[in-house]
Design a protein around this ligand. Structure first.
Ligand code: MG
Length: 202
């Protein structure tokens, strides 16, 4: 499986990092070695002094598809979850300044934390609230209404470039409030009040 991530999908997060608002979705990919499943501790890598959390809505692809029209995209996922896109912000800033790819800062081992999947069922993916709670304090409070590109538009765009396969996961971008972690931090992600993802930083 592959993990496809969208960057810069919430205006307030673009502003907090002083990034340019993109004219189309920013895409990057994490390999399956980046996966860290729910509950396991996150061990900070030696190459960064500034690892950030980014809580995101995640959708899991349930059948293969290529160049999927947005109008049919909802047929390609049945389960959603929350993920934490762990980011070596110091490394990313260096790579960005040089115009280099972000992979070392974004796709390192265990940088894609994915929680428990729940059925999409009757949920409206464009009207969901989700929060990251760090050590008991809410540090991110997002609403999917504020996505610049909605889930179905993301799938339409991404699948023009990358064939989607069963089991692929899409991280749909993070709202504002990203910040650093330190050893001992406990991160919990809630979707509509339901705890779906958590980890302890080591
Ligand atoms: Mg992200």
């Amino acid at each position: 499986m592959k993990i496809i991530c969208i960057g810069r999908n919430y205006a307030a997060h673009i502003e907090e990092l002083n990034n340019e608002r993109p004219s189309e979705p920013v895409i990057f990919i994490k390999p399956d070695s980046a996966l860290l499943r729910n509950g396991n501790p996150f061990v900070q890598p030696d190459f960064s002094r500034n690892i950030h959390y980014e809580l995101e809505l995640v959708v899991k692809i349930n059948k293969p598809g290529k160049a999927i029209p947005a109008a049919f995209a909802a047929n390609y996922y049945q389960e959603i979850s929350l993920g934490i896109d762990m980011t070596a912000r110091d490394l990313q800033d260096t790579l960005k300044a040089k115009g280099l790819p972000w992979e070392k800062a974004k796709a390192f081992d265990h940088s894609a934390i994915i929680g428990t999947f729940i059925p999409k069922a009757d949920l409206d993916l464009n009207k969901l609230g989700f929060q990251l709670v760090k050590n008991g304090e809410t540090v991110q409070d997002g609403r999917t209404e504020r996505m610049l590109w909605k889930v179905d538009e993301i799938i339409a765009h991404v699948s023009q470039y990358f064939m989607l396969k069963t089991g692929d996961c899409i991280f749909t971008g993070t709202p504002e409030g990203v910040g650093p972690v330190k050893s001992g931090d406990h991160l919990q992600g809630y979707l509509e009040g339901q705890l779906l993802v958590e980890t302890t930083v080591m």
